[in-house]
Design a protein around this ligand. Sequence first.
Ligand code: HEC
Length: 139
Amino acid sequence: MKRTLIIFLLLTPFFFSFDQTFDLKASMERGKSIYEAQCITCHMAEGEGLAGVFPPLAKADYLADKNRLVKVVLQGVRGEMKVNGTDYNGEMTGFSLSDQETADVLNYICNTWGNNAAAIKPADIQPALKATSKNYQPY
Ligand code: HEC
């Protein structure tokens, strides 16, 4: 009994550290399904978009602004934007996704097709919606 307790106490820090690691790979897997169901028709299979109509997500300069990304996905976007040197002036409606789904789809697009970014967690979504973003017009 005493030995069990000692083992348990020794292992406790490990349980806590496991809890804190975020499984980016699993999040991206879930995000891929969301992308294929909701985004692929416009932004295309390789995130290449359609020049002048649907901006690319692959190596897109806008991906650097996390707060803006969250808003674009949940609140949509309209108005002029220049992505990788090409002008766009279209509209995208917002999507109704949970915080987890939003983080998942963003982790997918930000870490696929040569993109590489730090993980976005579900807890980051609501604060991002409240942050101010330059040059952002919701749908
Ligand atoms: C019906 C077509 C359509 C669908 C579906 C769509 N988008 Fe868009 N998206 C657009 C258009 C058009 C723009 C540019 C709007 C503008 O010019 O203001 C855009 C812009 C963006 C941008 C900002 C530009 C950039 O390159 O960073 C992101 C990010 C984005 N979309 C992500 C997504 C994600 C994620 C999904 C799926 C949840 C999605 N979009 C679904 C049409 C679409």
